[in-house]
Ligand binder design. Sequence first.
Ligand SMILES: C[S@@+](CC[C@H](N)C(=O)[O-])C[C@H]1O[C@@H](n2cnc3c(N)ncnc32)[C@H](O)[C@@H]1O
Length: 307
Amino acid sequence: MKFIHVPVLLHECMNYLITDKSGIYVDCTLGTGGHFSQIAMETHSNAVLIGFDADPKAIQYCQDTHKIIQKHLYINQNFENIRKYCFRNGYIKVDGILMDLGMSSFALEDNDRGLAFRHNGPLDMRFSPDIVQSAADFVNNADINEIRRVLWEYGEEKASAKIAREIEKIRSQKPIKTTEDLANIVKKFNPERFHNKALSRVFQALRIHINRELEVLQIALEQTTMMLKPAGRLAIISYHSLEDRIIKNFIKDKTTDCICPPELPICACSHKAVMKNLTRKPVLPSDEEIKTNNRSRSAKLRVVEML
Ligand SMILES: C[S@@+](CC[C@H](N)C(=O)[O-])C[C@H]1O[C@@H](n2cnc3c(N)ncnc32)[C@H](O)[C@@H]1O
């Protein structure tokens, strides 16, 4: 089956990412392979392409769909393990690494995944079958304060305490199993005109928690500094402020020499920049792109280069 996932900021990404047309490139988030196949199109036949996705269906889709002439590897692993798996395959240093965070339309349209509140389906939300706890396991079993914390910290949902208490009440009568079961609870505490926004916040929060998205991002970013060749580039597209904050802090840390408190008269930290920031301001999609691909509206591209 063909899925329509329009790759976001495609040409902007390629312009930044590809510095050596015969280089080695890692796409941490293959999805339907939109960026990956474009890297293949813009590099020579002796380039090497490595694609990761935690979702086996994404790997299968790319294997079945893209005809790539370069040497390439599809790795069905979480990108928190990028360094280990590149190393195992003999790739210690690479020229470019791309992360296009979040979900693909592929996963969103899969009703069995419970990622989209617009489709009723099992409340699952796992990017990968290797993840033990589903969103249903979490809402039915977790401590109520933990549920409230997740909804507040990862979704900034104002009604998080009320929703958590209602979850506790409902689950004592019957398990919360589907996206609709959860959506009905969330709707009770938000006026109708804000239903979609509230549901987006709550579903985002649970998805981030179930997939450890922020922790995994932090782990992977750290590894990129050990994997990139000098002048190699890391390009990251993020879609919400929690991801973007982690990326901004990472970039600040890796591109700054001294990180001592300003009141210290001389540097005591010996911290040295290892990267250069190529996008002081994030690259945003054009109005044209937003018009044709609504998913791109919240995208931000940031790029750093290894010194
Ligand atoms: C926005 S989509 C990527 C779309 C892709 N750039 C394209 O053009 O088709 C993000 C993909 O990353 C995968 N993903 C998200 N977090 C991941 C992680 N921690 N490790 C590996 N894959 C991940 C998802 O399964 C999804 O397929």
